[in-house]
Design a protein around this ligand. Structure first.
Ligand code: NAD
Length: 299
């Protein structure tokens, strides 16, 4: 069915998406406006393939073949040539996404399906910026893409059912498990996850329990592999804050309002793993989980 895919954006998600497509036999064009990011992405893909070799999951020849199937480009016209599918994974910013989709719509063959990996922006709104709303769909991969099994497929209001079917089949070809949902704020994954994370932050803010206690209750009591505060640090507190705002604006319901502690941390630049500190502190070269001194218990 699909042979060649263009992946727009070579950041955290774009490199993982390119990796998964290439390892599953698709030709990939990886596009980013930042040429340095393209180099970094190829290095990350190489390292992630090495990790799979060391675990005995693939051999050296699979690594070589996977890397050979990925071409990089910082020119969108060149990057779209010959592709029968586009997966957009550029920065989560609504104006940027609308601009990119207008550009893709003008450049790509009218039959080409264009999927977005957005975590929270309305697929219906993105589709309305194009002349092909039936061919626009959400393909929400989870981080890290080569490891996580789920692809949340989001039907925009006007997505053609045959397009949904093709993308479901594609997710299976990519060795993932597709789940089709409709386009309402937060879809399913973030509509359920983000209020849980927000509630964990409110519990900390109100002094109900400390960071370690909140995460331990959820890990040992609910069998979550990671507590909600650690997960928030991993996702990025700015990303969590932005998604909660999408839920709050989209539903107009105060239950989604971001906790003031989360807002403060984001404004102050305490964004979790990516900034080195959030609810925990992250030192390069160590995997120890150390609670930030700001949340050391004062009892
Ligand atoms: N990080 C996650 O855990 C996660 C999980 C699921 C979905 N997502 C979604 O995936 C998308 C990408 O997120 P990310 O975390 O990879 O972001 P990122 O910041 O790591 O990467 C975004 C990349 O897009 C590039 N870019 C910006 N404008 C571009 C343009 N016009 N053309 C081509 N490239 C452009 C940037 O240079 C950057 O390299 C977002 O929509 C996000 O909501 C993220």
């Amino acid at each position: 069915m699909f042979k060649q895919v263009s992946v727009i954006g070579a950041g955290t998600m774009g490199n993982g998406i390119a990796h998964q497509f290439a390892e599953c036999g698709f030709e990939v064009k990886l596009i980013d406006v930042n040429p340095t990011q393209l180099q970094t992405a190829m290095q990350i893909i190489g390292k992630n393939l090495d990790r799979k070799i060391s675990k005995g999951l693939i051999d050296e020849s699979t690594k070589t073949a996977t890397l050979n199937r990925i071409q990089t480009s910082s020119d969108i016209v060149d990057g779209l040539a010959g592709s029968d599918l586009v997966v957009e994974a550029a920065t989560e910013n609504v104006d940027l996404k609308l601009k990119i989709f207008k550009q893709l719509d003008a450049l790509a063959d009218p039959e080409t399906i264009i999927a977005s990996n957005t975590s929270s922006i309305s697929i219906t709104r993105i589709a309305a910026a194009t002349k092909r709303p039936g061919k626009i769909i959400g393909m929400h991969f989870m981080n890290p893409v080569p490891v996580m099994k789920l692809v949340e497929i989001i039907n925009g209001y006007g997505t053609d059912p045959s397009v949904t079917k093709q993308i479901e089949e594609l997710a299976i070809q990519l060795q993932k498990v597709p789940c089709v949902v409709n386009d309402y704020p937060g879809f399913i994954a973030n509509r359920i996850l983000m209020p849980m994370i927000n509630e964990a932050i409110f519990s900390l803010y109100e002094g109900v329990a400390g960071v370690q206690e909140i995460d331990t209750v959820m890990k040992l009591g609910m069998a979550h592999p990671m507590g909600p505060l650690q997960l928030a640090d991993f996702i990025g507190l700015d990303v969590c804050h932005a998604i909660l705002k999408v839920l709050h604006d989209g539903f107009g319901n105060p239950k989604y309002a971001p906790c003031p502690l989360l807002s403060n941390m984001v404004m102050a630049g305490f964004l979790g793993v990516k900034s080195g500190e959030g609810f925990y502190q992250y030192q390069p070269g160590t995997k120890d989980l150390v609670v930030s001194p700001r949340f050391a218990k004062a009892r």
